[in-house]
Design a protein around this ligand. Structure first.
Ligand SMILES: Nc1ncnc2c1ncn2[C@@H]1O[C@H](COP(=O)(O)OP(=O)(O)O)[C@@H](O)[C@H]1O
Ligand SMILES: [Mg+2]
Length: 150
């Protein structure tokens, strides 16, 4: 488990670099946090570090966005806020994205499908905003730590 205090949005740039460097075998990024916590924003910074040139926008209504990096690597950005559970998810068929072995997958609201994520390839990121300031506490967990994290 690693915990970071983020005081300004721009600090996410360094944190994105750090995570991609230190967790190179993770290609699933499960981002937890309430509405407005900064999940989409952090995905923007992570995508930028991965070399995405497309503009990263919230897929709240489309469920999934796809971006490409300069090297042609695919990045999927999912927002499962509107999904009921993993059964609905499988019905829609978006889990096909999970099978692309080179793709990076960012997931907002992963609670709904957490049982479908490959444990050894997933990093769990919790963003906890301080209600009184603009500050965020960002907690990084591996799968076994996630299971014990309240
Ligand atoms: N680390 C941060 N520091 C300050 N403001 C932030 C930070 N992260 C996000 N924000 C701001 O919070 C708002 C909501 O962010 P967003 O990424 O859309 O949240 P979420 O996807 O979790 O609902 C945006 O206006 C964004 O600019
Ligand atoms: Mg969002």
């Amino acid at each position: 488990m690693e915990v970071f205090e983020i005081n300004r949005e721009e600090e996410l740039d360094q944190l994105a670099k750090y995570i991609l460097l230190n967790y190179p075998d993770k290609r699933f990024f499960a981002l937890y946090g309430p509405l407005g916590a900064g999940k989409t924003t952090f995905i923007k910074y992570l995508s930028k570090q991965l070399g995405v040139i497309d503009s990263v926008k919230s897929p709240t209504y489309t469920l999934a966005n796809m971006y490409k990096t300069q090297e042609g690597k695919k990045i999927y950005h999912l927002d499962l806020f509107r999904i009921k559970d993993s059964i609905e998810w499988l019905d829609i068929g978006i889990d096909d994205y999970f099978e692309d072995p080179n793709a990076v997958i960012f997931i907002e609201w992963p609670e709904k499908i957490v049982d479908l994520l490959p444990k050894d390839r997933t990093i769990f990121i919790h963003i906890n905003p301080d209600p009184d300031t603009q500050k965020r506490k960002i907690v990084i967990l591996l799968s076994d730590e996630q299971e014990n994290y309240a």
